[in-house]
Write a protein of this length. Structure first.
Length: 107
């Protein structure tokens, strides 16, 4: 599959419009909003990433079991899941870096 064993996944509505919708919702989850706390934003992003991984797992299973799933749709779903995971990983890395930088400040 795409390198991660579980906990993240999605596969449904795959296509060019689906890709744009998915990443616009992930991008909106990462934009600062005064009404949504940082923890809520992270939770939403992890949930969306998990849903994408589950869809990718279902698509790959559909291709492998011969249930009529198109291989192109399965590949697109796995790439969407991978990109969402990479985005979540980078957000995590930035948050950890910011935390470490704050801990090194001298008062």
């Amino acid at each position: 599959m795409n390198g991660f064993s579980g906990g993240f996944g999605l596969v449904g509505g795959v296509g060019a419009a689906g890709v744009d919708d998915t990443f616009s919702s992930l991008a909106s989850a990462t934009q600062a909003s005064p009404s949504v706390p940082f923890a809520g934003m992270l939770k939403s992003m992890v949930q969306q990433t998990s849903a994408l991984d589950e869809q990718a797992a279902q698509a790959v299973t559909g291709v492998l079991s011969g249930q009529g799933m198109d291989i192109h749709d399965a590949m697109i779903a796995t790439q969407k899941a991978d990109m969402a995971f990479q985005l979540a990983l980078e957000v995590r890395n930035k948050a950890v870096g910011a935390y470490q930088q704050m801990m090194n400040m001298q008062f």
